[in-house]
Design a protein around this ligand. Sequence first.
Ligand code: HEC
Length: 243
Amino acid sequence: MNLSNCATKLAISGYLVSVLLATFAAAALICLQFSGPSAGLPIPKLEHLIAHYHQSQLVASLKGSMYPYVADDDDIVIIENWINAGAADNDVFSQQVMPILEYDCQSCHSPNSTKTGAAPKLPLSNYADVTAFTTAGYSWHRLAKSAHIHLFGIALVILPLTLLVAQLKLHAKVKYSLIALAWSALWLDIVSWWLSKYSVIFVYSIIVAGTIELTLVSLMCFICLYSLWFCANKQDDNQTRSC
Ligand code: HEC
């Protein structure tokens, strides 16, 4: 492909700017999702990341998106301890956990709820309903669902980007590092989603891999845009310049 052709440069630049915007949107989504309800800058909190990837969906929701409905922070501790102790259908469940869910959650999480913003299809009305959300981390079903979307989607972003980087006049070691790291970070991220179910260490590898992924994609976009417009070979007049 002739990268010095103006129409080609415009087409590729459109792609690169869109990827950059999508990367910023992804970073913003991560910040908002994991920052918690407190005011101020939405900086992701480690506790929320650990709850999301390593703990049950119920605890993750209590500490995250459903926190505004929690009447007392001690409610979270009671439910968390009950799940950590095996989430049995025992007295703790009937006398402590269920009353909390009835008071805090069932106005929306009941099959008969007609409240605006309710989730009648996600009832928390009995033991079976509740234990559907007490398994730690990603289930095979959830992993397969998220993994295939992310792998297909991100691979389609990384392939053109790394092919473009391969065309640039950069030091070979820089090119190999950018390309190898971009793919490895993607795989590490997805694999860690599932492994974090078993060990909290993999929550840290998700953070590292995710940060590398977002940084590298943005960096490659900037390098490609710069090279395209300021350093590309000028084939029209047979001049060649390298970056
Ligand atoms: C005002 C209504 C409302 C209240 C009150 C409410 N929820 Fe939710 N909840 C929802 C809705 C709507 C969804 C679906 C969100 C979605 O699909 O994005 C949801 C989803 C969930 C999920 C599924 C996973 C997730 O985070 O999306 C869990 C678990 C959950 N809620 C737990 C709770 C618990 C525990 C409480 C009580 C502390 C609670 N909810 C209170 C409306 C509510």
